[in-house]
Design a protein around this ligand. Structure first.
Ligand code: ADP
Ligand code: AMP
Length: 216
């Protein structure tokens, strides 16, 4: 049976950073809904054009579009053993849809690590985030700087600041998280799968706690 890890937490808390580490350790696919949208935007697909209007404003892309995109991604062969879901689900409707998809793909949720940090920490992390243009590798101006300014250590492509990481949009994204995604904390707590992790710790400490929470 395929095993899925759902990373829950506010924007900027470190989900993408941790998902990449965990994916390496567990040899799982890393599915980031934000990365999938950004790839579609870069390739100027119809989905990308539609999603961009919401993303640039810091709002959530409508559930039906997001669920369709994830469904297609989960059906690919690299998810046969499972995957780490980063940024999906983000609404109760998406969480219900995930349950249905898992039933269909013979999968189950192993753990839901819930990474937390106060708003001031999130704002500091998001405003200093630099993202690799080719593959979405994640850096921070202060906390995780690249060896060479503006260049990804891993693939040499240029680093850019995401449009939705500008200060004006960040406050909207945090508000949207509090309004639409926070209900999932209780949803998964009730299922007994939620494990809280203090996201203010170092990247290494957070990943240590995550690994011991999910690797049985
Ligand atoms: P999310 O996917 O939750 O939005 P990211 O993984 O992209 O978050 O991290 C947001 C920013 O914070 C990035 O610039 C990243 O380098 C930095 N970051 C992630 N985890 C930590 C940490 N534990 N300590 C300091 N900075 C971190
Ligand atoms: P992220 O890369 O996770 O920070 O996501 C960037 C943006 O993509 C979000 O602010 C939303 O606009 C959109 N997005 C990502 N995941 C979802 C989702 N599960 N549901 C709706 N919109 C999403």
């Amino acid at each position: 049976m395929a095993t899925f890890i759902v990373l829950l937490g506010p924007p900027g808390v470190g989900k993408g950073t941790q998902a990449k580490i965990l994916a390496d350790v567990k040899k799982f696919a890393h599915i980031s809904s934000g990365d999938l949208f950004r790839e579609n935007i870069k390739n100027q697909t119809e989905l990308g054009k539609h999603a961009k209007s919401y993303i640039d404003k810091g709002q959530l892309v409508p559930d039906d579009v997001t669920i369709g995109m994830i469904r297609e991604r989960l059906s690919r062969p690299d998810c046969e053993l499972g995957a780490i879901l980063d940024g999906f689900p983000r609404t109760p409707v998406q969480a219900d849809a995930l349950e249905n998809m898992l039933a269909e793909f013979n999968g189950q949720i192993n753990t839901v690590p819930y990474i937390t940090a106060p708003e001031a920490v999130l704002v500091g992390r998001i405003s200093g985030r630099w993202t690799c243009r080719s593959n979405g590798h994640i850096y921070h101006r202060v906390f995780n700087p690249p060896k060479q300014d503006g260049i990804c250590d891993i693939d040499g492509s240029d680093l850019y600041q995401r449009e939705d990481d500008k200060v004006e949009t960040v406050t909207t994204r945090i508000r949207v998280y509090l309004e639409q995604t926070i209900p999932l904390v209780e949803y998964y707590r009730k299922s007994g799968k939620l494990v809280e992790v203090d996201g203010t710790q170092s990247v290494e400490q957070v990943s240590k706690e995550l690994c011991s929470a999910v690797i049985k």
